[in-house]
Each structure stands twice: as structure tokens, then as C-alpha cells.
Design a protein around this ligand. Structure first.
Ligand SMILES: Nc1ncnc2c1ncn2[C@@H]1O[C@H](COP(=O)(O)OP(=O)(O)OP(=O)(O)O)[C@@H](O)[C@H]1O
Ligand SMILES: [Mg+2]
Length: 299
């Protein structure tokens, strides 16, 4: 159901930063992270509704990636608590967070170039497996689990149409295929929440629709998707809810249309554009500079 539909599950939720959700799966409180004197993240309260696509927008440097890093244990917060269905995740390392049901992909793809596509997927299951000692004592348990993990990998290769690349080095994949591999790898642990950091950045436009199709399919299967994206057409098209960060804090959240036309949001983008480009005559462009990172490996 599109977010413009009056029967959409979020239609009656008031567009206010920190507003309670009817059925939150993820709840975040007072999370902050500073780098030197810069407060990169300072989020008072956020609830993420279960089973929907929540987009995070905000100008370059707003703190979106840092927020993802904190939630998934890849960086340590200075303060704050967050939980999935009441299970606290703050202070937990990434593999524990993943086992609790929260996985992420990276703005810069992390696929290991000199490892096969299949082995990259198998690596995604690490952390799902039990203790080494258990494996040593009960090898039959491990063999059963390994068989299941392999089956899951094959299933995901199929789903993301990477089967023909199964035994190739991940380094031979195109940018878009690498994004798919990363999504597949995150799904190995059968998560409940997937955080996607600009999955479309640097992807051939021809593949964008297919990537978006995968994102909505995940939502339609019941996953909760949190999605960092700069392209406002994409955000308007697939989001059920939008959260805008600026200078580390939530300045607006609501249905896509409401946030897209919120003067505070437009100001935030205009502000950074004025600062960065000093072109005051420019109208605010809500899809700022490309976030395809030149340092991203292309082969
Ligand atoms: N490891 C770090 N050390 C120092 N400063 C950092 C570090 N990581 C992020 N920052 C700073 O924190 C702020 C938020 O950065 P972050 O990458 O989270 O922004 P973002 O919203 O993801 O931006 P973009 O849209 O460009 O990806 C920026 O000012 C950035 O320079
Ligand atoms: Mg970022």
C-alpha cells in the first residue's frame, strides 16, 4: 500500500520528531556520538514501525551513517539505549546485534574481492553458528547447520540472480551486483530489521529499479527496512515513513509527502548547499551531490 493511501498504517501517525508508533520494533533513546567537538549524532527518541520501509534522509554529513554504525555495533555511542522488541542492543558487538535480528549493509560495499561470491555469502552466516567447542564435541550438529547455511546461500543466490556468478571472485561483480551480494549476505542470518546505507549509490540506473524491487519485496515479506537514500524520487516512491536528520538530530519525520515539503527539511538541505557551494540563487535540490564514492573499488 502506498504511503498516500488513507488506509496506510501510518496515515494517522502525527508527523512530529520522536512520535510514538503503533507497533514499534526498534526503539532508540538519547543516543549520541561526538567526534572531537562535533556532535555527529544526537537523537532524543525514535521509534521505527514494524514491517515498513522507513527512509532516513538528510544532507551530507547529517549523521545518517554514524547512526547506523551505532545501532549495529560498528561504532560505540557516547550515550543512549536502543532495543529490538525490548531486547537491549546498546553496547553489543555487531555479531550479537545481527543474531538479535538487526543487520546492515554499507555505503561502501564490503564484499571481499578475492573471495568467491558464494564464500562471501557463507561469511555472512558467521556469528549465526554456535560455539566452536560445541562443533568439536557434536560434529553432527555442525554438519547439519552447515548444510542449512549452504542451502540458505543457494536460495539467496537464486533470489538475487547471482547464481551464475556463484564461484567467481566478488571483485568481478558490477557495482549493482555487489550491492545485491551485500544485501544477500546481510539476509543470511534471517534478520528482522535490515538497515541499507545508500544501496542505490553508484549503481547503474538500469539496475536501480531491480534493487528497489528487492527492497519492497523484503518489506512485503515482513522485514522492517531502514533505508538511507538521497534521491527524493526514490524516497517518495517507496517509503512508508521518512525521518530527516540534520546535524545529528531528527528535525522532521512523517509520511513522505509531509517530510518532503517540510520547510525545516528544505532549509537543512539549502543550508548545506549554501555553505558548500555558495550558490544562493540555486533552488534547494533535495537530491544533493552524488554519494557514489570514488574510493569504492570498481573491479
Ligand atoms: N570516524 C569519524 N571521525 C571523525 N569524524 C567523523 C567520523 N565519522 C563521521 N564523522 C563526521 O560525522 C559527521 C556525520 O557523518 P556521517 O558519515 O554519519 O554523515 P552522513 O549523513 O552519512 O553523510 P553522507 O550523506 O555524506 O553519507 C560528519 O561531519 C563526518 O565528517
Ligand atoms: Mg553516509
Amino acid at each position: 500500500m502506498h504511503a498516500d493511501d488513507p488506509n496506510h498504517p501510518m496515515a494517522a501517525v502525527s508527523p512530529e520528531p520522536g512520535i510514538a508508533k503503533p507497533d514499534p520494533i526498534l526503539t532508540v533513546d538519547a543516543v549520541s556520538r561526538s567526534f572531537g567537538g562535533l556532535k555527529a549524532v544526537d537523537v532524543d527518541h525514535l521509534e521505527v514501525q514494524r514491517g515498513l520501509i522507513t527512509s532516513m534522509i538528510g544532507p551530507n554529513g547529517a549523521g545518517k551513517t554514524t547512526f547506523f554504525n551505532l545501532l549495529t555495533g560498528f561504532d560505540d555511542a557516547d550515550s543512549g539505549t536502543w532495543s529490538i522488541d525490548g531486547t537491549r542492543l546498546d553496547g553489543k558487538p555487531p555479531h550479537v546485534v545481527a543474531r538479535s535480528g538487526v543487520v546492515r549493509t554499507f555505503q561502501l560495499t564490503k564484499a571481499l574481492a578475492k573471495m568467491s561470491v558464494f564464500d562471501n555469502l557463507m561469511l555472512g552466516a558467521a556469528g549465526q553458528q554456535g560455539e566452536r567447542l560445541t562443533h568439536a564435541l557434536f560434529p553432527f550438529l555442525w554438519r547439519k547447520q552447515e548444510a542449512e547455511v549452504k542451502e540458505r546461500a543457494e536460495e539467496l543466490l537464486d533470489r538475487f540472480k547471482l547464481g551464475h556468478m556463484r564461484d567467481e571472485y566478488a571483485g568481478t561483480l558490477s557495482g549493482g551486483q555487489r550491492k545485491l551480494l551485500e544485501m544477500a549476505r546481510a539476509l543470511m542470518v534471517r534478520p528482522e530489521i535490515i538497515l541499507l546505507d545508500e544501496p542505490m549509490a553508484g549503481v547503474n540506473p538500469a539496475l536501480v529499479q531491480s534493487l528497489l524491487g528487492h527492497v519492497t519485496a523484503l518489506r512485503d515479506e515482513g522485514l522492517t527496512v531502514i533505508f538511507i537514500e538521497h534521491d527524493m524520487d526514490v524516497v517518495m516512491g517507496i517509503s512508508d515513513w521518512v525521518v530527516c536528520l540534520a546535524q545529528g538530530s531528527i528535525i522532521s519525520e512523517g509520511l513522505p509527502r509531509a517530510v518532503g515539503s517540510d520547510p525545516k527539511v528544505i532549509d537543512a538541505y539549502l543550508g548545506t548547499h549554501l555553505a558548500e557551494e555558495a550558490t544562493p540563487a540555486d533552488a534547494p535540490d533535495l537530491a544533493p551531490e552524488s554519494t557514489a564514492h570514488p574510493e569504492e573499488p570498481t573491479s
